[in-house]
Design a protein around this ligand. Sequence first.
Ligand code: GLU
Length: 277
Amino acid sequence: MIAVRFAPSPTGYLHVGGARTALFNFLYARNQKGRFLLRIEDTDRERSRPEFEKEILDSLTWLGLAWDGEPIRQSERISFYQKEAERLLSDGKAYEETKEGKRAILFRVPKREIKLYDSLRGEVVFNTEIFEDIVLIKSDGFPTYHWACVLDDHEMEISHVIRGEDHLSNTPKQMLLIEAMGWKPPAYVHLPLILGADGTPLSKRHGAVSVTNYRREGFLSEGLDNYLALLGWGAPENQEFFTLAQLVQKFSLKKLIRSAARFNLEKLRWVNAQHLR
Ligand code: GLU
């Protein structure tokens, strides 16, 4: 059974990049009659805010990207992450570090090569010599992103991890943890970056704002979905107009484009205008 997840950190609004990741996960799940799950990665206590979480869920709902079941909230599962870290401790794969009476748990990184298969890039080889040991549980008792992510992906039976290319260097670390737990890694797809029209990192300057902003400006959700789908997906026969239902029907991971996508506000307006008509 295909199962994918969108795993936002509620540390800011849902932007173009996050919305595109959510959309591709949704399209893949619906096309494959699989599950599309939602996980709130709120273990960064300083930066996570309930109002961002609400904005993200509202934006996903407005975009029509309905998820299956109840969202998982990592901050409610702290003891689970701690308990699982004890397993690696007792196996000798992890160790404790105590500073000022506070205890952290770290994973001892084995020094070797690790091969990651990404469906867009093929085989990518990393040498773990350059990795530092991976913190699993921080001294405040909270798990790190890597640890919570690996445990939850396993428990949620995620078959495909589809996320942005900015996570490519995280994947081998997570694979080491998965291996240490005696599990099989999911399939990985790292979506190409979205750049501004001038090729520099995407920002407000390029007209890229939060989903809420587009919504307030009167964009149609189907117009935005349609435009986002064109960022990194090679639509059949260069077709440019799709309803969400048509996207579900046509979407394929095999048609993803490896090179960075360029965000073009004029094009978004044009696509949106087609939907208004
Ligand atoms: N919380 C991470 C982020 O927002 C998600 C990473 C992942 O999909 O594994 O970037």
